[in-house]
Design a protein around this ligand. Structure first.
Ligand SMILES: [Fe+2]
Ligand SMILES: [Fe+2]
Length: 148
């Protein structure tokens, strides 16, 4: 699967890597914004459960919006792997929702490791496999979808 080294993180920060760029303007912009929101989650960790919960909720909201945009693009393009891609989105949202519930119950310390694992999967696997395959499909069909 995708390299786990493409993104680096310490305890509180995930570094963006240009290796994640898909050269598709809207996707790249959204993915960068998600990095910013994820890093807000990490920096909120010191400030207590309420701040973390709010930061995770923001991440979740933006992620849903991004997924809706992508799904709309896939449907409009008649993308044949749309359902599998959508399923992965739903699974990721489900995992984020579960984490928010656990955050409320247990506090940020106990879910930090799981959050990092989820973000790793999200960043390294989803963007580089599902999103990348869709952008490639658009390119092959010569549609470009407002590519920068
Ligand atoms: Fe996606
Ligand atoms: Fe995406």
């Amino acid at each position: 699967m995708a390299s786990n080294e493409i993104v680096s993180w310490g305890n509180e920060k995930i570094e963006w890597s240009d290796d994640l760029l898909l050269q598709a303007e809207q996707d790249d912009e959204d993915h960068r914004e998600m990095f910013a929101l994820m890093n807000r989650v990490f920096s909120a960790a010191r400030l207590g459960a309420d701040v973390v919960t709010s930061a995770v909720a923001d991440l979740c909201l933006f992620t849903r919006e991004h997924f809706t945009r992508e799904q709309h693009s896939m449907e409009s393009a008649g993308y044949p792997d749309c359902e599998a891609h959508r399923y992965d989105h739903e699974y990721l949202i489900f995992q984020l929702d579960v984490l928010i519930d656990r955050l409320m119950l247990s506090g940020p310390e106990l879910v930090a490791e799981e959050l990092v694992d989820l973000l790793k999967r999200w960043l390294c696997d989803h963007i580089l496999t599902y999103d990348s395959a869709f952008v490639e499909f658009l390119r092959e069909r010569g549609r470009g979808r407002e590519v920068a």
